[in-house]
Design a protein around this ligand. Structure first.
Ligand code: MSP
Length: 653
């Protein structure tokens, strides 16, 4: 069978920047998606790189007494090293200062110029130096501050070259409307259509060399260089052989997808498609804009001093747990708030407790009871085995669907659900009692079943945590590379294979405040910053008191405020209402058993509380994604609401 191609790009990052959590998120997400596609049998190709021209680079180089090229050569390494450390499996890394890129940008410029799609005219506008962007008076709406960074802009009048972007406005509107998957999530398509309601102007694509020398020279006018965005966007095609290697270019471009942050939507959904149209090239299959990592409610910025350095996180907690956190914590498309505490909470709950616990139990018992040799299961499988097998099979299905539909966080939740079912399975079947009672056959079945579940789970998690899951497969003695096919078949783990012992794969992190007072370090005066950072990785035996949950357990349920947008009765079901709700920017449908207590028209517009990360369910054939909270007493039922106005999507806890 012919392999499907999947070509995915990240934005190319400004070479002046230091890689931070935002860049890392896009790059890890892209890497994870491509690794999943490779697991599914596709030919994955991942491109990332750096954006190296422009005024800021020219200025930074001058300050360092270096040529701009020397400056770029010394700073690009920061990205290359970060991606190596983060285990990014990119197939190429493009730098816009490379000859292979510059040549293609010039060829595109010349072609558009020859065909009359680039022309020269006088330009008057305001320019923001830090953002390297021109704004018209209309963009600024009477102010002289940059709408993006809020710094002051300078008025500029000069002759420049323009790309006839305005010609493509009607075509673009129509294309977006007739290709629903082109811009994702769909609310970003609406945002672009909103932008396109105003007349689209032609795009100024040059800068006079007298003002900016560090750029790609226009092939038809030596006094000008190319505007950075026009140059940068072309990386997506120059890197894969456009204009130089058609055999490589064609299949990749036909199956291309761009992953970007929401901050660079317009350049990718307006400038780029019109440029491609002018070049007579196909549109990419999709442009997906993800949300932003915020610090609390604030933007991350150098001036606020709240930028998270991914290297620090990896040094402290390890590469794979950082990758897992980034992928699991952010609902794809939405913003997420970063804090070290939320990292530790998720790490402890999903990795140290749930996954680590299951692995530990299976390995330790197999070593103790069967000398580490994976036992033969009995051919008949009981209800408990069926339940675990089905949770694992659901996870396989979910990951395939959620990767295709860009809902990866939900797929990971499904895998974690299989892990938790695995732990419940161990508790229900109590292999320790079976061992005590000498029920060897049953014990063998339990340990085999749990180990087989772990094989599939580790295969499913490998694209997110490649190194840790490779270790896990080694523990299970696996000698083949998993594919979606091998993960879809239950029973591939060979009885008789020797397991190896392992140190805890994910050690529990003990927060300073959790430590017992007598165990805490003597109270010496330390800088506040240092104290805050005192969180240690320690092996901790898990204790459980029946009916009592830990704070980590509680936070597994993501409670969010939601606004009811529409409500209607479910035909043939007296008790059910079908609700359309909004959680932040996301719209969802839930089915709730409240029809005997509330009329649809009475609850529209109310803010309620929902469990946002509940596994979707079919209720009377209708999909329900989440559950609302209500208080019930005897025959009374009241919705749980909030005490006053608050945005939907706010977390509750
Ligand atoms: N050079 C341009 C992109 C040109 S692509 C042809 C650029 N570079 S950048 O260095 O500023 O990177 C922007 C990208 O970094 C965003 O689109 C996003 O992918 C990522 N992030 C930067 N800050 C972010 C967060 N706080 N959160 C998540 N990702 C964000 O723009």
């Amino acid at each position: 069978m012919c392999k499907k191609t999947y070509y995915l790009t990240t934005p190319i990052y400004y070479v002046n920047d230091k890689p931070h959590i935002g860049h890392s998120y896009t790059t890890v997400l892209a890497d994870t998606l491509v690794r999943y596609h490779r697991l599914f049998g596709d030919e994955g190709f991942l491109l990332t790189g750096t954006d190296e021209h422009g005024q800021k680079v020219q200025k930074a180089a001058a300050e360092r007494n270096l040529t701009p090229q020397e400056h770029c050569d010394s700073t690009v390494v920061r990205f290359q090293e970060a991606w190596k450390r983060l285990n990014i499996s990119n197939d190429d890394f493009i730098r816009t200062t490379e000859a292979r890129h510059k040549k293609i940008v010039q060829a595109v410029l010349q072609d558009l110029f020859d065909r009359g799609l680039i022309y020269k005219a006088e330009y008057k506008g305001r320019y923001c130096v830090p953002c390297e962007r021109f704004y018209t008076e209309k963009d600024l709406e009477g102010s002289d501050l940059c709408p993006d960074c809020k710094r002051s802009t300078n008025e500029i009048t000069e002759s420049n070259y323009f790309f006839k972007m305005s010609h493509y406005q009607d075509w673009l509107v129509d294309y977006i409307k007739t290709h629903p998957g082109f811009i994702q999530p769909s609310f970003r398509a609406n945002e672009t259509l909103g932008f396109l309601k105003r007349p689209l102007e032609d795009l100024c694509i040059s800068r006079p060399k007298s003002r900016l020398a560090w750029g790609i020279e226009l092939p038809f006018d030596k006094d000008y260089v190319c505007y950075v965005w026009f140059d940068a966007l072309i990386n997506y095609i120059s890197a894969i052989g456009y204009g130089s290697d058609n055999e490589k270019f064609e299949p990749l471009w036909k199956n291309s997808h761009h992953l970007i942050g929401k901050d660079i939507l317009t350049t990718h959904t307006v400038y780029w498609p019109t440029m491609l149209k002018a070049m007579n090239l196909n549109m990419p299959e999709s442009i997906f804009a993800h949300g932003w990592w915020l610090m609390g409610q604030d933007k991350m910025s150098k001036s606020l001093g709240n930028v998270v350095n991914p290297m620090d996180m990896m040094d402290k907690y390890g590469v794979d747990s950082f990758r897992y956190f980034l992928m699991a914590e952010m609902s794809l498309g939405q913003d997420a708030s970063f804090s070290e505490d939320s990292f530790i909470t998720r790490y402890n709950s999903d990795l140290a407790n749930d996954l680590g616990n299951l692995l530990n139990r299976v390995v330790k018992m197999t070593i103790k009871q069967f000398d580490g040799v994976i036992p033969v299961p009995s051919p008949e499988i009981g209800e408990n085995e069926k339940e675990l097998k089905s949770a694992v099979e659901n996870a396989v299905k979910a990951i395939q669907e959620t990767v295709e539909n860009m809902k990866l966080d939900r797929g990971l939740e499904s895998i974690m659900n299989a892990v938790r079912t695995g732990n419940r399975y161990m508790e229900k079947t109590a292999p320790w009692t079976l061992a005590k009672n000498g029920e060897t056959e049953k014990l063998g079945t339990v340990l085999y079943t749990a180990a087989e579940a772990l094989r599939i789970i580790s295969g499913l998690l490998a694209p997110v945590m490649p190194a840790k899951m490779a270790e896990l497969s080694k523990v299970l003695g696996l000698d083949f590379e998993e594919t979606l096919e091998s993960l879809s078949v239950w029973g591939k783990l060979k009885p008789g294979t020797k397991m190896s012992d392992l140190e805890a794969l994910f050690m529990r992190i003990v927060k300073e405040e959790e430590k017992k007072p007598e165990a805490a370090a003597p109270k010496k005066s330390k800088p506040a910053e240092k104290k805050k950072e005192e969180k240690k990785m320690e092996k901790q035996p898990e204790t459980a008191i029946e009916g009592v949950i830990t704070i980590d357990d509680f936070f597994k349920a993501q409670l969010r405020t939601a606004k009811i947008l529409a409500a209607e009765k479910v035909e043939g079901a007296d008790k059910l209402l079908k609700l359309q709700i909004e959680i932040g920017e996301e719209k969802r449908q839930i089915v709730a058993g409240i029809a005997l207590f509330y009329k649809p028209e009475d609850i529209i517009g109310r803010t309620i509380i929902v469990v946002a990360n509940l596994k979707p369910a079919q209720i009377r054939g209708i999909e329900s994604r989440g559950m609302l909270l209500a208080a019930k007493h005897g025959k009374e039922l009241k919705l749980v609401t909030v005490d006053g106005e608050i945005a939907s999507g706010a977390s509750v806890g």
